[in-house]
Design a protein around this ligand. Sequence first.
Ligand SMILES: Nc1nc2c(c(=O)[nH]1)N[C@H]1C(S)=C(S)[C@@H](COP(=O)(O)OP(=O)(O)OC[C@H]3O[C@@H](n4cnc5c(=O)[nH]c(N)nc54)[C@H](O)[C@@H]3O)O[C@H]1N2
Ligand SMILES: Nc1nc2c(c(=O)[nH]1)N[C@H]1C(S)=C(S)[C@@H](COP(=O)(O)OP(=O)(O)OC[C@H]3O[C@@H](n4cnc5c(=O)[nH]c(N)nc54)[C@H](O)[C@@H]3O)O[C@H]1N2
Ligand SMILES: [Mo]
Length: 704
Amino acid sequence: MATAPLTVVKNVCPLDCPDTCSMVVTVRDGVAVDLRGDRDHPFTRGFLCQKMARYLDRVYSPDRLMHPMRRVGPKGPGRGRFERIGWDEAIDLIAERFRSVAGSPDGPQAILPYSYYGTMGKIQAESLDRRFFHLLGASKLDRTICATAGGVGYEYTMGAGRLGADPMGAVDCRLVINWGSNTANTNSHLWSLMIEARKRRGATIVTIDPYRSPTARRSDWHLQPRPGTDAALALGLMHVIWRDLLQDQDYLDRGTVGADRLRDRALDEYPPDRVSEITGVAAEEIEALARRYATEHPSLIRVNYGLQRHGGGGMAVRTIACLPAIVGAWRHRGGGVLLSTSGTYGLNSMALTRPDLSPPGTRSINMNRLGEALLGELPGPPVRALYVYNCNPAAVAPDQGKVVEGFLREDLFTVVHELFPTDTVDYADVVLPATSQLEHEDIHTSYGHHFVMHNPRAIAPMGESRSNADVFRALAARLGFAPELFPDDETLMRQALDGGPALAGIAPDRLKEAGSIRLDLPDDYRPFADGVFPTPSGKCELYSARMEADGLDPLPSFVPPHEDPQTRPELASRFPIQLLSPPRPQFLNSTFANSESHRKAAGDPTIELSAEDAASRGMAEGDWAEVFNDRGRFVARVALTGAVRSGSATSPGIYWSRLVPGGSGVNATTSSALTDMGGGATFFDNLVQVRRLDGPPPSSPLDR
Ligand SMILES: Nc1nc2c(c(=O)[nH]1)N[C@H]1C(S)=C(S)[C@@H](COP(=O)(O)OP(=O)(O)OC[C@H]3O[C@@H](n4cnc5c(=O)[nH]c(N)nc54)[C@H](O)[C@@H]3O)O[C@H]1N2
Ligand SMILES: Nc1nc2c(c(=O)[nH]1)N[C@H]1C(S)=C(S)[C@@H](COP(=O)(O)OP(=O)(O)OC[C@H]3O[C@@H](n4cnc5c(=O)[nH]c(N)nc54)[C@H](O)[C@@H]3O)O[C@H]1N2
Ligand SMILES: [Mo]
C-alpha cells in the first residue's frame, strides 16, 4: 500500500486476454490517479486497449459491491432484494450450509464451485480455491467454456496444447493469417506487431472469418467461409500444395508422421471445387492462398477461438496446426502457428492447486452444462450449493434460459463473489464483495507472450472487499482445514514459481523487483525448427494413433457444425440463419458491460444481417428485431453493416440481461452441445430465425 504521498507502481492487467499488459499506475495519498500502458514493457509497448484505458473508472465506480449481503427478496433481477451483513456472518452462513450439504445423503459432491478468469492472476484464479473445494470433496468443474476444443486438437497434433510461434516474431513475417481471430480487438498488441510487419517487411495480412470483423476490414485480404467449415478449407490448401509439389519434403520427412496418408486424403477428398462448395470460398481464392502460403516465409497463422466454437472445432484447429509442418514454416523466426504460449512457462500448477487433495472418483461437471447440472439432468447427486467467483455465468454460459431456470431454484444455495451486481448476483443467496486488481497481489503468466509478471497491491481494498484468496483462507479456517494448506500470497508465489526450466532463476524477490521477466528462452525462439515435437512419436502427428485409440478420425477431416444448414436442412428450414456472437471491442466478455462509458461506446445490442436477409423480413437499419430458436430469444437492433453474407448474422456481446430490453442476452439462443474434442462450448454453432418487432422494445428488468 502507498505510504509516500506519490508513488508509481507497475500493475498487470487482470483480463482474460492474451496480451497481459503491464500498466503504470500513479498513486497519490492512497488513491490511484493515473493508469497507462507501460512504455518499457516489450509487449505492451506503451498502450492499453480502449477497455482498460478506463480501468480506474471501474475501480472507483459507485456501483462497486462494498460489503457482504444476504438475500431477503425473491431470486432474480429487481431492486432492494439484499440486506447488508458482516463478513463473520457471511462466512458462517456459507460454512454452515456447506457443512450441512456435505453431511447429507447427497454428500459433498452436491457442492459445485463455478469460476473462470475474471482475473487471470494465479493466486486469485487457481490456488486456494482449488485446495478448498478439493478438501471439501466438492464436485470438480471442467473449465471448458473457452479453449479446450482447440487445445486438445492442437495437443494431439503437436504434443503440447500451448506451445507455438513466438508472438514477438510476428514483426519478421511476410505473410500473416488471422484464422478465426479478431486480432485487432482481442489481441491488439499482437495486431500492432502485424501492422509493423506490413510496414517493415511488406507483409500481407490475411483474415479468414465468416464475419467482416474489424480485423478483416483492416486486412489486405479477407476470405469469408461459411461458419464451421475451416477444416475443409485447410484440407483444400493442402490439396493444392501437394498437387503442385509445393510441400517442404525435407521437413515432412524429418519432422512428421503420416504425411503420405494425409496427402492421399487431401488429394482424393478435398479438391478446390468440393471445398468451395462446402466453404463458400471461391476455388481461385483457395488456389491463390495455397500458393502464397507455401512460398512466402516467414509466415504466421494466428489461429484463435472463433473457429473452435463449433461442433468440429477441435478437428478444425488440429487440421490447421498441420499446415506449417507441410510447408516448413517452423524453420523461420516468427513462422508457424500460434494458438497459445501458456505451455511455455511450466509454472508449478500442481503445487498451487493440489489435485491430490480431491477424493479419488470425485465427479467433474462440464461448465458448459451448468443449466443441465442445476436442473438435475446430469448423473450423480443434485447440485444443492453453488459458489461462483471470477465469472458471470447468468450472462456468459450457453443456453441461458436453462441456466436461469436452474438459478431460480428456491432450494439452491448460491454464493457469488463479485465486484459488481451482475446478472449472476441477481440469483445469489450470499453476495461477497471482491477486490480489483489494484487492491490485491498476484503473479501472472500469459497466453499471448513469454513474460512472467508480478502485480503488487497498489491501493487499499475498497469498502469491505476481500480477495478470492483471503475469502478461501477465512472459509478454510471456519471449516477447520489445515492452515498450512492456506498460506500467505508470498508462499503461494514461491510454490508456483518452483516449476520448469524456463522459470530458472525467477524467484519471488527477483520478480517483485523487476515486475516482468522474460522466460529463459533463446532470443531467436523457434520451438519446432528442428522438427522435434513432444508427441509420442517425437514428430508432428499428421496421422495420430492417439486419436485413433480415442475413437476419433486419426487424420484431419471436416466435421460439420451441429447446426449446419448443409447437413441439417430440416432445422435450417425453421431457423435459417447461422448466428455468431463474438465479443464487442468495448467489453471483455461481460466485463465492462455495466460501465456507462463502455456501454455508450458500444450502443444497444445489435444483430448484423445481410441487406437481403433484412429486406426479405421487412426490416431496416435500426429496427428492433427478435432473434429466436427453440432454446430462447433476445432482442437487438438491426444493423446493416455489409459484414455478413446472407444466411449468417453476427450479434456482438456480451450484454447483461438485467440491463437490456427484453431481459435476456444472445446466450438465450446458444446451445450447450459440446465440441468434438475437449468438451468445448459451441457458442457460434447456432441456427436462429429473426423477425421484426412491431412497436417499442420490451423494457429491461431494472426498468420494471
Ligand atoms: N476486446 C476484447 N478482447 C478479448 C475478449 C473480449 O471479450 N473483448 N475476450 C478474450 C477472450 S476470453 C478470448 S477467448 C479471446 C477470443 O479472441 P478471438 O479468438 O479473436 O475471439 P472471437 O472474437 O470470439 O472470434 C474471432 C473471430 O472468429 C470468427 N468466427 C466465428 N466462427 C468462425 C468460423 O467458423 N471460422 C472462422 N474462420 N472464424 C469464425 C468471429 O466472427 C470472430 O470475428 O479474446 C480475448 N480478448
Ligand atoms: N455467446 C457467447 N458467449 C460467450 C463467449 C462468446 O464469444 N459468445 N465467450 C466465452 C468466453 S471465450 C469466455 S472466456 C467466457 C468468459 O466468461 P467469464 O469468465 O464469466 O467472463 P466475464 O464476463 O469477463 O466475467 C468475469 C467476472 O469476474 C469478475 N471478477 C473480476 N476479478 C475478480 C476477482 O478478483 N474476484 C472475483 N470473485 N471476481 C472477479 C468480474 O467482475 C466479472 O463479472 O464467456 C464465454 N461466453
Ligand atoms: Mo475466452
